[in-house]
Ligand binder design. Structure first.
Ligand SMILES: [Zn+2]
Length: 131
């Protein structure tokens, strides 16, 4: 019964997206900060974030909420991609990563082969690199 009520209540409303997920995570973090500091600023920020994320989730203006989320993703994706690349490279123990000194193309060589000659596929430069 409650489930049917909720389904009817949420029909036509926007619901959750990545931006709301971030807002929710942010207000949880700020709430913990508030619990430790008891500073009014954090309480007000938590309240604002709760109101904004609830407003977005319950909104019937789906097109506008989608556009907001798309703008948010456009901003976040390059950061996320960079972070994923950084994490993959720091976890990869079998390769050494560097940039081509001529064109800046990202390259990798297998580790532990001593000094090796590298050909850049992007610009054709040839140079020595330790691996
Ligand atoms: Zn190059």
């Amino acid at each position: 019964m409650i489930r049917r009520f909720m389904a009817g209540f949420m029909a036509g409303r926007y619901g959750g997206d990545q931006l709301n997920l971030l807002l929710t995570a942010l207000y949880m973090v700020l709430y913990v900060v508030f619990l430790f500091t008891r500073m009014l600023v954090f309480e007000v920020l938590v309240l604002i974030l709760v109101v904004v994320s609830l407003y977005r989730a319950l909104s019937r203006d789906v097109a506008r909420r989608r556009a907001e989320n798309a703008r948010f993703l456009q901003f976040v994706r390059p950061v996320a991609r960079r972070w994923n690349t950084f994490r993959a490279r720091t976890q990869d123990r079998e390769h050494r990563y560097f940039k081509c000194p001529n064109c800046g193309q990202h390259m990798r060589v297998p580790r532990g082969k001593g000094r090796i000659t590298v050909h850049c596929r992007s610009c054709g430069a040839v140079f020595e690199e330790k691996s």
